[in-house]
Ligand binder design. Sequence first.
Ligand SMILES: *Cc1c(COP(=O)(O)O)cnc(C)c1O
Length: 381
Amino acid sequence: MEPIPFNKAICLEDSMKCVEDAIRDNRLSGNGRYTKLCSEWLEDRFGAKKVLMTTSCTAALEMAAMLLGIKEGDEVIMPSYTFVTTASAFARQGAKIVFVDVKPRTMNIDEKLIAEAITEKTKAIVVVHYAGIACNMDEIMEIANAHNIPVVEDAAQGVMSTYKGRYLGTIGAIGCYSFHDTKNYTMGEGGALLINDEKYIEHAEIIWEKGTDRSKFFRGEIDKYSWVDLGSSYLPSELNVAFLWPQLKCADEINDNRKATWNRYYRAFAPFVESGKVELPMVPDDCEHNAHMFWLKLKNLETRSAFLEYMRDMNRVGCVFHFVPLHSSKAGMKYGRFFGEDVYTTSESERIVRFPLFYGITDEQVNRVLTLAVEWIKENA
Ligand SMILES: *Cc1c(COP(=O)(O)O)cnc(C)c1O
């Protein structure tokens, strides 16, 4: 049997054509024609005030930390159940990371714990929309606004998802997207910074353009550009953005295709919920998700290990787990602390399994995954 991979990056025919086109233009550096097409599409479709394409979501998060002026002694609140760079982007500016527990049904930050975790030193709240399913943004924005603390949305996994009709990444002051190979839309390595509060736009363009006011120069607003602040090299090459562009043009089709697979998985495992053999993700009523990931939870770490061995090692089906909680990692202990009690983060993260899900996965592939998984769960879970 052919192995079934966990992920397969999208490669559209049109992406090949656009990359060739970018090469023929003989202008491969950043902030060119395709960068403009992609950022304007993202602004129009999602309703962000300004979008800057970046070399990664990590780069966008680092830009966010710089934009908010995060410095030594500040505190930043976020979940521990997330990718490394959600935290490192802020820690490298000198901030202490304050990790808050998650809610088991979504694995998103527990908004009820945020208010208590806020101190005089809190300079940002970073939320992560896990699996493209939104955090409780109304409550989070209310707490943040009451304390006048900006919210950064790590929407790396949330491109095309909505919360009460608003696109993820456009609700907090700043949003960050990923266009890494493992995400719904890809340019190899890439991302975007969404700026929803106008006061950050000018500074963001300077950070983006290596600390210069080159963006203004480009628009003809000044006659030469120079070094005005600290920035870095955050512009992706036109080659990468050209690859992404055709995917954005058929974003709905890609989204529908992923959703169909997600729904098949969900329906197949739903009968095992009542007996407690599995737990499934919960999509709150007012959220539309983008099927970034299909996950379920097994009883405990031991059951999960046995399941992964069966799927991955014995049957070559790409089921995986991820996110060792950051607060228990070497750097997490150095740069952060857990606020209150870790009720769910560690124990729940040990139960999660992710299933193969990518644009164009075939019915036959999903059938095989399901046949194997359902049989195993019936017998062993
Ligand atoms: C993938 C991911 C990132 C990092 O994205 P890159 O584009 O690879 O830098 C950050 N946060 C979360 C939650 C992610 O899933």
